[in-house]
Ligand binder design. Structure first.
Ligand code: UD1
Ligand code: CA
Length: 438
C-alpha cells in the first residue's frame, strides 16, 4: 500500500474529502434540501464544510442530487473562494453509488479519502485531524468513526473481529436480533485509502431489501481481503445523524450546549443552559451575564461585564460594548452600542448606532423600515431617551441631548438639546366630576 505524502504537514495535502449530500431526505418532510436545514444557526452542510476547512482539508467534493441548484447556490454564497467541486448523482441509489459517482468524475483524488455525510453535522475539526493523523501514521486500510450509544436504533452497527478491527457493518434493517444488541454505531464518517476504495467499491452488490448500494458493505469486503479497518470511538454528539426534525432539534441542543460550555469556561455566566441559545460565532467578554430565555445570533459581539436578558433577542450584526445592559423583551438587530449603554426594557433597536453612556427608556422603538428600505438611527454619547420614544429613521440625535418621554422623533436633534415631540397635555378641571353627576 502506498504511503500518504507529507504525513506530518499541518495542511493535509494528501486528503480529499467527499461529502455525501444527494439523499432525498424524505424523513424531513421538507421542500428544502435536508442538509441546508439549520443546526444552531448554521446549515448542516456548513458545519461539515467548516470542520473540514478547520482540520486543514481543503479539497472538497460534494455529492448533490436533485438538490444541486440549492447546494450550488449555498456553496457559492457561503464559500465564494472555497475549493468545493460538486458532482451530481442522478439517482439516489445508495451511499456506495454516491461515492462511486464521485470517484468516476474527472477530478483529482488524493491518496487518503475522507468521507463525510452531510447529515452528520457536529463532527469536530480536531476529531477529523486526529483521524487523519492516525491514518497517515498507523497506515490502516481505513478508519471508521464509531460511538457507543444507549439507543443505536436506525444506525449501522459495527461488528468487530477478535482483534478489535472492523469485521463488517450491518444496517438496522439487515441486523439479526443479536447484532441489534450491538451498541457501537457507524458514525457515517470514514477515511479510506483511495486505491482500496476504488477497487473494493466495485464489488458492492445491491442490498436486496432496500434495493440500494450500501457503502457500509465495503467494510466486510475489505476485511475479507485482509485489509485492516480501525474503528475510532468518538463522543455521540459528534456523529449524531439527522434524518428527521426530532433529530434536528436534538442536534441543535447538543451543539448549543457545547457552545455554552465553551463560553462558561471562558468566564461568561450563563444562568440557564436550557433556555439560552447562542450561535457558535458570537463573541462575548468576561463577566458578562446571560440571563435565561436569551437568543444571540450570527457573529454578534458583546463586550465585558454586560447583563443580557432575561428574554433578550440579539440578532445578527450587533456589536455591544462593555458594561452594557440589554434587558427583558429587548430586540437588537444590526446595531452598535457603545460602552455603558442601557436598553433595559421592552425595546426594538434596529439599524442603529448608539454611543456610550446612552440610556434608552422602556418601550423605545427605532422605526427603521419605511415599507421599502431600512434606515439608520444614530444616537450620540450621553443621550437620555425618555420612555416610549419612537425614532422615525433616518434620524440623528446629537451628543448629550434629552428626548422627552413619549416623543415621536422625525427630525434630527442638536447636541445638548431637549426634544419634546408629542401633543401638549390638556387638563380640564372638574370634567370627570361633572360627568359623574349627569
Ligand atoms: C447511513 C449509514 C449507517 C450510519 C448512518 C450514520 C449507509 C448504508 N448507512 O445510514 O450505517 O449509521 O448513515 O448517520 O451508508 N446519500 C447520497 N446518495 C444516496 C444516498 C444517500 O448522497 O444515494 C447521502 C445522504 O444525503 C446522507 C448520507 O448519504 O447525507 C447518508 O445517507 P442516509 O440515507 O441518511 O443514510 P442512513 O440511513 O442515515
Ligand atoms: Ca442519515
Amino acid at each position: 500500500m502506498k504511503r500518504i505524502r507529507n504525513p506530518q504537514s499541518a495542511v493535509c495535502n494528501g486528503v480529499t474529502a467527499i461529502i455525501m449530500a444527494a439523499g432525498k431526505g424524505t424523513r424531513m418532510k421538507s421542500d428544502k434540501s435536508k442538509v441546508l436545514h439549520e443546526v444552531a444557526g448554521k446549515p448542516m452542510l456548513g458545519h461539515v464544510i467548516d470542520a473540514c476547512h478547520a482540520a486543514g482539508v481543503k479539497d472538497i467534493v460534494l455529492i448533490a442530487g436533485a438538490n444541486y441548484p440549492e447546494l450550488k447556490e449555498f456553496t457559492k454564497t457561503a464559500y465564494p473562494s472555497g475549493n468545493i467541486k460538486i458532482v451530481i448523482q442522478k439517482k439516489q441509489i445508495g451511499t456506495a453509488h454516491a461515492i462511486s459517482t464521485a470517484l468516476k468524475a474527472k477530478l483529482k483524488f488524493d491518496e487518503a479519502i475522507l468521507i463525510l455525510s452531510g447529515d452528520v453535522p457536529l463532527i469536530e475539526a480536531a476529531t477529523i485531524k486526529g483521524a487523519i493523523k492516525e491514518f497517515t501514521t498507523e497506515n490502516p486500510g481505513g478508519i471508521i468513526l464509531t460511538s457507543k450509544v444507549e439507543n443505536p436504533f436506525g444506525y449501522g452497527r459495527i461488528v468487530r473481529d477478535t482483534h478489535g478491527f472492523v469485521e463488517s457493518i450491518v444496517e438496522q434493517k439487515d441486523a439479526t436480533p443479536e447484532q441489534q444488541e450491538i451498541d457501537h454505531i457507524n458514525g457515517g464518517v470514514y477515511i479510506f485509502n483511495r486505491d482500496y476504495l476504488k477497487k473494493y467499491i466495485t464489488l458492492i452488490k445491491m442490498n436486496p431489501l432496500k434495493k440500494e448500494y450500501y457503502l457500509t458493505d465495503i467494510a466486510g469486503i475489505m476485511a475479507k481481503n485482509g485489509i485492516k479497518i480501525r474503528p475510532k470511538t468518538v463522543p455521540y454528539a459528534e456523529v449524531a445523524g439527522i434524518n428527521d426534525r426530532v433529530q434536528l432539534m436534538e442536534a441543535g441542543k447538543m451543539k448549543n450546549k457545547k457552545t455554552l460550555e465553551r463560553f462558561a469556561k471562558d468566564g461568561i455566566t450563563i444562568v440557564d443552559f436550557d433556555t439560552v441559545f447562542i450561535d457558535e460565532n458570537v463573541s462575548i467578554g468576561t463577566d458578562t451575564v446571560i440571563q435565561p430565555f436569551t437568543v444571540i445570533k450570527g457573529s454578534s459581539r458583546i463586550g465585558k461585564g454586560c447583563n443580557i436578558g432575561p428574554f433578550a433577542h440579539i440578532r445578527p450584526g450587533t456589536v455591544i460594548g462593555d458594561n452594557c445592559r440589554v434587558g427583558n423583551y429587548v430586540e437588537i438587530k444590526k446595531s452598535t452600542l457603545g460602552n455603558n449603554t442601557y436598553v433595559s426594557h421592552l425595546s426594538y433597536i434596529g439599524d442603529a448606532e448608539l454611543g456610550s453612556n446612552v440610556n434608552i427608556g422602556a418601550g423605545t422603538i427605532t422605526c427603521n423600515f419605511d415599507g421599502f428600505k431600512k434606515h439608520k438611527t444614530i444616537i450620540g454619547d450621553n443621550v437620555f431617551v425618555g420612555s416610549d420614544t419612537k425614532f422615525v429613521a433616518p434620524v440623528k440625535v446629537g451628543k448629550g441631548a434629552v428626548i422627552a418621554a413619549g416623543s415621536v422623533i422625525t427630525e434630527d436633534v442638536p447636541a445638548d438639546a431637549l426634544s419634546v415631540a408629542r401633543a401638549r397635555q390638556v387638563n380640564k378641571e372638574k370634567w370627570a366630576l361633572k360627568r359623574r353627576k349627569k
